[in-house]
Write a protein that binds this ligand. Structure first.
Ligand code: SF4
Ligand code: SF4
Length: 66
């Protein structure tokens, strides 16, 4: 089993429909909608709280395990 614990924010733009829910729930203003899709505009501010992953209805944004 991998001991890696560092998670990275990942977006699958093929699944994103640009609804903006993740943008609204992100407490750190990391995300924006750009050209109808979610865009990570400030990754350095991401606290990896998982709200975007939790709220996205389309599983288009998530904290990857590796
Ligand atoms: S994990 Fe939290 S801080 Fe990072 S983009 Fe998602 S909602 Fe914002
Ligand atoms: S909540 Fe999901 S589908 Fe909606 S904009 Fe964010 S990543 Fe895209």
């Amino acid at each position: 089993m991998s001991m890696k614990t560092e998670k990275s924010l990942t977006v699958d733009k093929n699944w994103c429909k640009g609804c903006g829910i993740c943008v609204a729930f992100c407490p750190k203003n990391v995300l924006e909608i750009k050209d109808g899709k979610v865009n990570i505009k400030d990754l350095d501010s991401c606290i990896k709280c998982g709200q975007c992953e939790l709220r996205c209805p389309d599983f288009a944004i998530y904290l990857g395990g590796e």
